[in-house]
Design a protein. Structure first.
Length: 284
């Protein structure tokens, strides 16, 4: 499914005309102006899976944030904007194939990190309450409690419950089980599978972060299936050779000037992996 057919960024001529209208000397930063135009990246024609590839500082994340802002998809984490960011986004253009679904979103590394941190914090709170319940169980089970007033009724119920149950059953009845704390890779992968539903435009900024090679392969297959069978469209920035190898993906190489599309096997990052393993082939 294609919701976003094409997206255009302002070229150097458009940016020059804009700068003529402002007093340049008054500002320290014109971000995101010049980030993409200096690479000759002024138009992106999209497929069900479109990938932006390039080294640090190539403008991949900038492009994704601009697209997310222009399309109005949901986002969780905030990101830095300059005073001229709204002006830049206004100068961008987009051609839609159909309306962008409401469940569409951008997912960044910060979103995944916050998700994993929230799970850990929740489990820490549960663990602390569990220790307190262990103490309450022992006090209730072995106390010589006597009901003296209606205010003591809740304590009486707790004493009776403690005397009927083992310590572990008492604690489980009073406390929810820990939210299962996966490894970073498992948590990150589950975040993507929870947030990516059917029929949506999903913008993913380096989703391979925190994922093992095996998990990257699983995410690759999940994205392929979501695009092929469940009406999803993806725009992704990545260095991962596994994600870059997705069937039918259109890849823009932002390390080139001007930016152009390439096959995944032509990309410098992938060639580096290939040449390394080829040199050491006899060790496998």
């Amino acid at each position: 499914m294609i919701y976003l057919n094409a997206f255009t960024f302002p070229n150097e001529d458009m940016e020059f005309d804009f700068f003529l209208e402002v007093k340049r000397t008054c500002y320290d930063s014109f971000y995101p102006f010049k980030v993409l135009s200096r690479r000759g990246f002024d138009k992106m024609v999209c497929e069900p899976v479109t990938i932006l590839y390039g080294g640090n500082g190539s403008g991949k994340s900038t492009a994704l944030n601009v697209i997310a802002e222009k399309t109005g998809v949901k986002r969780d984490s905030i990101y830095n904007k300059s005073s001229f960011y709204p002006d830049y986004v206004k100068m961008c253009g987009m051609q839609l194939g159909t309306d962008i679904p409401e469940n569409s979103r951008i997912i960044t590394s910060d979103d995944v990190f916050d998700y994993m941190l929230n799970i850990r914090n929740l489990n820490e709170g549960i663990d602390q309450k569990r220790e307190k319940l262990f103490e309450e169980y022992l006090d209730a089970k072995y106390s010589k409690f006597q009901l003296k007033s209606i205010e003591d009724y809740e304590q009486l119920k707790k004493v009776n419950t403690a005397r009927r149950k083992t310590q572990s059953r008492f604690v489980r009845s009073e406390l929810m089980d820990n939210v299962r704390e996966y490894s970073n890779g498992e948590s990150a992968f589950s975040y993507f599978t929870e947030k990516i539903g059917e029929n949506g435009l999903y913008i993913l900024d380096e989703p391979e972060n925190s994922l093992s090679p095996q998990r990257q392969i699983e995410l690759m297959k999940f994205i392929e299936d979501s695009a092929r069978f469940f009406g999803c469209q993806f725009i992704i920035s990545t260095h991962s050779p596994f994600l870059l190898s997705m069937r039918g993906a259109k890849i823009y190489d932002l390390d080139e000037k001007p930016v152009r599309t390439k096959r995944w096997t032509e990309l410098e990052n992938v060639r580096t992996y290939y040449e390394f393993f080829k040199r050491n082939e006899e060790q496998f």
